[in-house]
Design a protein around this ligand. Sequence first.
Ligand SMILES: Nc1ncnc2c1ncn2[C@@H]1O[C@H](COP(=O)(O)OP(=O)(O)OP(=O)(O)O)[C@@H](O)[C@H]1O
Length: 269
Amino acid sequence: MAKKPEEFKKQMEDNMKAAPNPNSHVKKVIGIVSGKGGVGKSLVTGLSAVAMNKKGYKTAIMDADITGPSIPKMFGIGKFNVGDETGLLPAATTRGTKVMSLNMLMENETDPVVWRGPVIAGIVKQFWSDVNWGDVDFMFVDMPPGTGDVPLTVFQSLPVDGIIVVSTPQDLVEMIVEKAINMANMMNIPVLGIVENMSYMKCPHCGEAINIFGNSKIESYAASNGIDILGRIPLDPSIAGLCDGGKIEEISEDYLDSLAYILDGMIEK
Ligand SMILES: Nc1ncnc2c1ncn2[C@@H]1O[C@H](COP(=O)(O)OP(=O)(O)OP(=O)(O)O)[C@@H](O)[C@H]1O
């Protein structure tokens, strides 16, 4: 019997998805996206895993930002090319978050990755199918930045349960956030909310919050679009220092409390 158009579309979407490794049991896959590069997407990916790990969940990070992978550096992970008959094995951070990134597999981590979209999506599929992730409650996927062909193809390859949008106050002015949210909506993936990075700066002398980019519009934007604010992270040189030194797990401030609360509710107890 001929397929109905919606059945055809569903099958087409399923065909694009990678099959999971038979040894992986991942309960929730959360994608972290941004409308453009350099806004702190990897920082939020790392902090999300740290927050849920602190709550006792089994956490993992897939670094799907193939051309600009920064997760291993933030966690102080070097080259890690280990596997067995079950597949490639992820590295583990000091506190036990599992990590897979192309950087860990490359001969020379400063080599540029000059592949086009479909090849990049192929690697991400392999990270899903060929890596034995074991038991994971939350896998955080650091998505390629932007709203072009590459992030779209990566989205289609993975069973993403929800996305977190990372923005800076400037993105709201330039409507870059809206593009990222529209992309998620197009893919029918729930938007869990926005994290505003570089939201403000604390005066090192008196502790006053300084809005370096002017007053943030995130509250009015979130309210008028029915989107949750999941956290605000200040621009803080100590954050950059800990990330660059591979010590993101030592950031003690709980910037993503609201996010952790929402994720908590996604897992059946
Ligand atoms: N709130 C912050 N305070 C201080 N430094 C920050 C902050 N957020 C990000 N940085 C620094 O800015 C740089 C870029 O951050 P990050 O790698 O998280 O951005 P990204 O959006 O993932 O970039 P890309 O799109 O290139 O992957 C890093 O060196 C990081 O340590």
